[in-house]
Design a protein around this ligand. Structure first.
Ligand SMILES: NC(=O)c1ccc[n+]([C@@H]2O[C@H](COP(=O)([O-])OP(=O)(O)OC[C@H]3O[C@@H](n4cnc5c(N)ncnc54)[C@H](O)[C@@H]3O)[C@@H](O)[C@H]2O)c1
Length: 356
């Protein structure tokens, strides 16, 4: 017969730790706000995933549980968080996993976190653009960011919820209203565009994708996704046909998956992989590693737009340095103008959502 929870204090502690909500907050064993750590140093970071029970959230939670830089992993969702938490918590890796379900537990989920990864929201269905998602996801991102401003304003935010071109400006406006905005700490995740670009370019060049580095700038939707094929490493050149094929495929990679899944959602597995690649880079930056560089959609002065994706150096404060675009060829200059027109409207849409 299994020992009862009452019969064994150790067992009681283990179950309290899995589903901590308020009880654990009250008995003082949970993370307190004083534990909030803006900078690295101590081994192990505290990471929360908001939207952890979703198509992206679940594989993302699994991969973050495998990340040796993570000491505590909070899994928050409005549905099914206990199930995902129980499942992930059985993995014999270092991170301690705790689950949080629904708005009343949002503050506990956020308190003390170093890094927040946000894939909460609805995904695209065939025929929908990322902008079609706007109204639902904009509201979700606003609510979550209001919670972040209160509970953990110094955490680094990795925003995945689409349309990223608008949700990042929304998050910025919410943080500004709350007086907690630090542009370095708010990063829109565009890593999937880079991951796709590396893969597709490697296919064309007949290389291992791990050897290929393609900067992808601009934003994270359609023509705003601008791969800089003239800056690919290792240095190489493409014919006009190859450039058009690659640019098109990279810009429409999301749609390729949405259509193939035929109503069952958008990219989740490759997105979880990309999110972990980016989150791991943020954690290495927080730890103080030198030379951590990734593309991200951030507040920027690289163009006349208030937000733009370029390579950024990730450090102890988030995006510690934002790199310029570098030399563009004629094809990329035309693409940049197109990207900026669409991006300007999407940014404005996000800002107006909060200011209206
Ligand atoms: N940045 C990118 O490159 C990229 C790539 C793919 C998808 N996405 C976006 O990521 C988001 C999630 O996609 P998915 O396929 O995982 O969707 P999904 O529907 O499978 O999962 C979303 C999860 O968010 C949860 N959720 C909804 N409202 C919430 C709230 N208020 N608080 C916390 N959780 C909440 C849902 O319960 C669900 O579990 C979508 O907006 C999608 O468009 C972004």
């Amino acid at each position: 017969m299994e020992p009862s929870v009452e019969a064994n204090g150790r067992i009681a502690r283990i179950s309290a730790h899995l589903f901590p909500p308020n009880l654990q907050m009250e008995d003082g064993s949970a993370l307190r706000r004083a534990d909030c750590r803006a900078k690295g140093g101590a081994p192990g970071f505290k990471v929360a995933i908001l939207g952890a029970a979703g198509g992206i959230g679940q594989p993302l939670a699994m991969l973050m549980k495998m990340n040796p830089l993570v000491s505590v992993l909070h899994l928050y969702d409005v549905v099914n968080a206990p199930g995902v938490t129980a499942d992930i918590s059985h993995m014999d890796t270092g991170a301690v996993v705790r689950g949080f379900l629904g708005q009343p537990q949002l503050e506990s989920a956020l308190t003390g976190m170093d890094l927040l990864i946000i894939p909460a929201g609805v995904p695209r269905k065939p025929g929908m653009t990322r902008d079609d998602l706007f109204n639902i996801n904009a509201g979700i991102v606003r609510t979550l960011c209001e919670g972040i401003a209160k509970a953990c304003p110094k955490a680094i935010v990795n925003l995945i919820s689409n349309p990223v071109n608008s949700t990042v400006p929304i998050a910025a406006e919410v943080f500004k209203k709350a007086g907690t905005y630090d542009p370095k700490r708010l990063l829109g995740v565009t890593t999937l565009d880079v991951v796709r670009a590396n893969t597709f370019v490697a296919e064309v060049l007949g290389l291992d994708p791990r050897e290929v580095d393609v900067p992808v700038v601009g934003g994270h939707a359609g023509v705003t996704i601008l791969p800089l094929l003239s800056q690919v490493k290792p240095p190489c050149s493409f014919t006009k046909e190859e450039t058009e094929y690659l640019t098109n495929r990279i810009q429409n990679g999301g749609t390729e998956v949405v259509e193939a899944k035929a109503g069952a959602g958008s990219a989740t597995l490759s997105m979880a992989y990309a999110a972990v690649k980016f989150a791991d880079a943020c954690l290495r930056g927080l730890r103080g590693d030198a030379g951590v560089v990734e593309c991200a959609f951030v507040a920027s002065e690289v163009t006349e737009l208030p937000f733009f994706a370029t390579k950024v150096r990730l450090g102890r404060n988030g995006a510690d340095e934002i790199y310029q675009l570098g030399p563009l060829n004629e094809y990329e200059r035309v693409g940049l103008e197109k990207a900026k027109r669409e991006l300007a409207a999407s940014i404005q849409k996000g800002v107006s959502f909060i200011k209206k």
